[in-house]
Design a protein around this ligand. Structure first.
Ligand code: BGC
Ligand code: IFM
Length: 818
């Protein structure tokens, strides 16, 4: 069952009923001011940091799930009895005669009709601005004139959003507002810092306003029936403490067929350092620099142009790679939605979504490093900066803070470090950047270690320390020590307690003394091979040779202690017992080491890779994707930690943890099995799952972190949509390994591993400033490739970068052996 449809031409997903199984969201903003918006206008906004600079208050985990947002109310002032509704359906949930929500790239448009009044509101954040626009178009479709009231409503939150849960008594007394010339200013932290405030403005003359929630709603009432709206009369309330909000009341008279456009602007502003204060020395906001911005974005022409600019911005970004393959779901995700999600994960890491609160975590080290694997193709400059920011949260030991706060770029001390896979992902992020951009200068950038200590070294040295960090922490079998956890956050093998019955959260972590990870071993082999290639190109042959020896050694360990007979083991626990082995009754086989080891090339020559992937298919494959392990843990075990705290089939305990699925796709491609690679790709492809939206429940245009596994009560049900490494890895898997268009240090490799029944496909890709037009055509079975560049045959499967200033290259690839 579907709840909408893809409009590929307009780059939109169109939701046709408001009661989707879960709120289906979109993201607004690209660089510093961001918002989340649901299909019924729920959500919140923030400047850079969802915890420290949030503008709209939001309540997670509420009933209904989607509480608070960017609301407008319409009221029929001619009706005999109070008659008002939400044109975005929430929060009044009044039945609408028509409804559509178009989630586009960087904007959302919600249109509806009730009682002959159509209302279409477009929400977006103009490029380069720290504000959002709500562009409301009203039309009277009745045969008679209409008198309407339009109310806007946001609840403010310009304070540490964490306090809303744990110290709200403070927030109850810090709220302050100003209302000047119809603009509502929220300045709750202004008294203390005087450097930032929020504002909410309207293009029309006001009949009234409200800034105190309790006055607007009326005692004991909710957003579904505000007293001010019901009565058609704003209270002119001025908030001091309690719950500051912003609401404008506009009265409109519309003749039959007449339309009216009303623009609201909600924004964040920081006064310049040299002109922060009100000249009169009062607590009044100095509005000198904000007023021109407000005036500008209340003008209809400016707003229309700003929206057109965003649409153009996205069309340009998408042009980076466009494909035409025999599969519509692959085309749609590669050409539109997967790219969009690359941007979203780059901007938000795992911090703010409808599943992540925005206060709990900042930017994840391993998460952001992996997000870069796809994002490098979109914006090399921003990718470069992110790499340097991440590296700067590394310590001199090579270890890394697991998370950092985006506003301060400081590592989070409460989460700390000691996730032993973290540092290695930096190596992969940097080499992906080098291959895409050819910018080797980044390696010489001086980057601090752990901002606290003032020491620094080149990025190249940071990468070296990442690899040394693993080598300096090998366990009894010669495998890397796992530390607190590896990629699987919930595999906590060093938990320890003297008191039986305790949960992992209350135990002492042994600080990674003994438990080992096969997965990190595979990741080391992959990262070391990449680093050796870097050393070779820099002429550092001795370093390359030293690392190669370590890599060969690790391979040997993976093939012995890491091998279970038919597949790769997962780990050894603190007591030296294997996980992911036929010896185990639960957790016999895990997906991560199969994917990582084969991606790293381990077992490709001796049949181990094939055996491991066949075991994955047999034990882990399901119609909804590949589950992370089998059989799931049926009870809680202190010595393996959080993984066993989940019921079977959920999260790390046996769900389809989507992030890992592209690893298997890549591994299958490395084995040359195109049918299987594509088959796995399509099982979790959101567009391919659209027709089972009532089962999947999350958005059909974005990957979710997990889909309930075969041992779950409701297999196929997705959770944690949007912020997942699945976005980057799926993009890499399908574009670089299945379609096989892969950046290398020396050029663009063309090595497709696609199903035998694919007779042809086309790719256009910009690489190092050159546009490649690639036509792949099957001439026989298998994956052998013969290339023609500009009509002339070339050796091998890499198309070099043209030297003579040529900006376009035409490539024909003949696939298979006739
Ligand atoms: C949670 C896991 C989750 C992981 C990453 C952990 O703290 O408990 O369930 O998968 O973080 O989001
Ligand atoms: O690898 C982690 C990631 O860092 C956050 N989400 C869950 C993954 C698996 O535990």
């Amino acid at each position: 069952m579907r709840f909408g449809f893809f409009d590929d031409l307009h780059l939109e997903y169109v939701i046709t009923r408001p009661d989707t199984p879960l709120p289906w969201i979109n993201y607004l903003g690209t660089e510093s001011y961001f918002g989340i918006i649901s299909n019924t206008a729920g959500g919140y906004s923030f400047y850079k940091d969802a915890r420290l600079r949030r503008l709209i208050r939001f309540r997670y985990n509420n009933a209904p799930l989607d509480g608070n947002g960017r609301y407008v109310y319409l009221r029929d002032d001619d009706a005999a009895q109070p008659d008002f509704w939400s044109p975005t359906w929430q929060p009044t949930r009044t039945p609408l005669d028509a409804y559509t929500c178009r989630h586009g790239l960087g904007y959302t448009r919600i249109a509806s009709q009730r009682k002959g009044i159509t209302c279409e509101t477009t929400y977006f954040v103009p490029l380069g601005q720290d504000l959002e626009v709500w562009d409301v178009h009203l039309t009277n479709q009745r045969g008679t004139a209409a008198n309407l009231s339009l109310f806007s409503a946001v609840e403010f939150c310009l304070w540490d959003a964490f306090d809303d849960a744990n110290n709200f008594q403070r927030n109850y007394s810090i709220g302050e507002v100003e209302v000047v010339d119809g603009v509502i200013y929220h300045k709750s932290e202004y008294r203390e810092r005087r450097d930032h405030f929020a504002y909410f403005a309207c293009s029309e003359p006001l009949a009234g306003y409200d800034t105190q929630r309790e006055d607007f709603l009326g005692p004991y009432r909710g957003w579904d029936a505000p007293a001010a709206v019901e009565e058609g009369k704003a209270r002119q309330s001025l908030a001091l403490g309690w719950q500051p909000m912003g609401s404008h009341h506009v009265r409109l008279h519309l003749e039959p067929g007449e339309s009216k456009r009303v623009i609201f602007v909600l924004g964040y502003h920081e006064n310049p350092e040299n002109d922060k204060f009100d000249p009169a020395g009062t607590q009044t906001i100095n509005k000198k620099t904000v007023l021109p911005v407000i005036r500008r974005f209340l003008q209809p022409d400016v707003v229309s142009q700003a929206l057109a600019d965003i649409q153009q911005y996205w069309r340009n970004l998408l042009q980076g790679m466009q494909v035409d393959t025999p599969n519509e779901h692959a085309n749609r995700m590669i050409n539109i939605w997967n790219v969009y999600q690359l941007m979203v994960t780059f901007n938000f890491s795992r911090s703010s979504s409808y599943f992540e609160s925005g206060v709990g975590r900042g930017m994840g080290f391993r998460d952001s490093a992996q997000d870069l694997l796809g994002f490098v193709q979109l914006d090399a400059q921003r990718a470069r900066q992110r790499i340097l920011d991440l590296a700067a949260t590394q310590m001199a030991s090579g270890g890394a803070y697991h998370q950092y706060q985006p506003l301060t770029k400081r590592g989070n001390h409460d989460v700390g470090s000691n996730f032993n896979d973290d540092p290695l992902w930096l190596v992969l992020a940097v080499t992906a950047y080098l291959k895409e951009s050819g910018d080797w200068s980044i390696l010489q950038e001086q980057v601090p270690f752990d901002l606290e200590h003032g020491s620094e070294d080149s990025l190249l040295a940071h990468m070296e320390r990442s690899l040394n960090y693993t080598q300096e922490r090998l366990g009894p079998h010669g495998l890397p020590l796992i530390g607190r956890a590896d990629w699987n956050d919930c595999l906590n093998l060093n938990c320890f307690s003297d008191k039986p019955g305790q949960s992992f959260q209350t135990t002492t972590n042994r600080e990674g003394k003994v438990a080992e990870s096969v997965f990190i071993g595979g990741l080391f082999v992959l990262a070391a091979a990449e680093m050796e290639a870097v050393y070779d190109r820099l002429g550092l042959t001795a370093k390359a040779a030293e690392l190669a020896a370590q890599r060969v050694n690790m391979r040997a360990v993976l093939n012995t202690a890491g091998w279970d007979g038919s597949w790769f083991r997962r780990a050894y626990d603190h007591f030296g017992n294997p996980l992911g082995s036929q010896e185990c009754t639960e957790g016999q086989i895990f997906v991560e080491p199969q994917g990582m080891c084969v991606m790293a090339g381990v077992g490709l020559e001796d049949g181990r890779a094939e055996s491991a992937l066949n075991a994955v298919r047999e034990h882990l494959g399901t119609p909804h994707g590949v589950v992370v392990l089998w059989p799931a843990f049926k009870q809680y075990y202190l010595h393996i930690g959080e993984i066993s705290s989940y019921p079977p089939g959920y999260k790390e305990n046996g769900s389809v943890f989507c992030h890992t699925n592209p690893w298997i796709q890549i591994a299958e491609a490395r084995l040359g099995r195109g049918e299987r690679a594509l088959d796995y790709y399509l099982r979790i492809n959101p567009s391919a799952r659209e027709e089972i939206s009532e089962v999947h429940r999350c958005e059909p245009y974005a990957y979710a972190q997990m889909i309930a596994g075969k041992e779950a009560v409701k297999p196929g049900e997705a959770k944690n949509s949007w912020l997942t490494g699945t976005a980057a890895w799926s993009y890499v898997a399908v574009t670089q390994w299945i379609l096989g268009i892969r950046p290398t240090f020396d050029g663009l490799k063309i090595a497709p591993v696609v199903p035998e029944d694919w007779t042809a496909f086309d790719v256009q890709r910009t690489f190092r400033g050159v546009r490649y037009f690639i036509h792949v055509e099957r001439v026989g079975a298998g994956n052998a490739v013969r290339l023609e560049v500009e009509g002339a045959p070339v050796e091998g499967d890499v198309v070099g970068i043209p030297s003579g200033g040529q900006t376009e290259v035409r490539v024909r690839a003949y696939l298979g052996t006739a």
